[in-house]
Design a protein around this ligand. Structure first.
Ligand code: COA
Length: 172
């Protein structure tokens, strides 16, 4: 059984150690890190999973991001991830519990949620799809089939654009 707590309650050194174990220590070179460069994760939408013995077994972080269209307009979005469960506790339901906590914390009509992840997992369980992202670019290498979005009304999504940090936040 997972207990889900706000990520802000967890020591940041423990979070970083868990992410190193789930993704490897070279994780900072990933394109997802470049998309959210300079941003802080959103405390109201980021969570940790703790097992029955009180051990930290998983984390999820959501971030401010934007898709800048060819006319230079920035469309705000929420970037989901990393979603991480320690290797020896995967496939016990912690990942789903973390995703449900984060998506459940979104307001109705929330900004579109974007992520780089396995469509077999995030599509099957949570409604993410790569269908609207064919004309989107990232500031680094990525597999197009893994650039996923979830949105109440996909018709509002720009057909083309470049993902990056949320400029409003950078300006503050
Ligand atoms: C991907 C991840 C978050 C899933 O969390 P989890 O706690 O292991 O998975 P859950 O217990 O919630 O879900 C288990 C189900 O999802 C499936 N599943 C798990 N990871 C999957 C993946 N990468 N692709 C497809 N299906 C996957 C399992 O087969 C299982 O299916 P079943 O219910 O039919 O048996 C976790 O495995 C992980 O941290 N992996 C390494 C880091 C990573 O790749 N993160 C995602 C990118 S942000």
């Amino acid at each position: 059984m997972a207990t889900i707590v706000p990520l802000a309650n967890v020591d940041s050194a423990l979070i970083e150690a868990l992410l190193d174990r789930a993704f490897g220590p070279d994780r900072h070179a990933r394109t997802a890190y470049r998309i959210r460069e300079g941003m802080d994760w959103l405390p109201a939408l980021s969570f940790a999973a703790v097992d029955d013995d009180g051990y930290l077994v998983g984390t999820i972080q959501l971030w401010p991001a934007a898709l800048t269209d060819p006319e230079g307009r920035a469309h705000p979005m929420i970037m989901v991830g990393p979603v991480a469960v320690v290797p020896e506790r995967q496939s016990e339901g912690f990942g789903k519990a973390l995703m449900l906590a984060a998506l459940g914390a979104l307001e109705p009509g929330a900004l579109p949620q974007v992520m780089i992840g396995d469509p077999e997992y995030y599509g099957r369980f949570f409604g993410f799809t790569a269908a609207p992202t064919g004309g989107w670019h990232c500031p680094g290498p990525f597999e197009p089939a893994r650039l996923l979005v979830r949105c109440d009304n996909p018709s509002i999504l720009p057909a083309k654009g470049m993902l990056g940090p949320w400029p409003e936040t950078l300006a503050n």
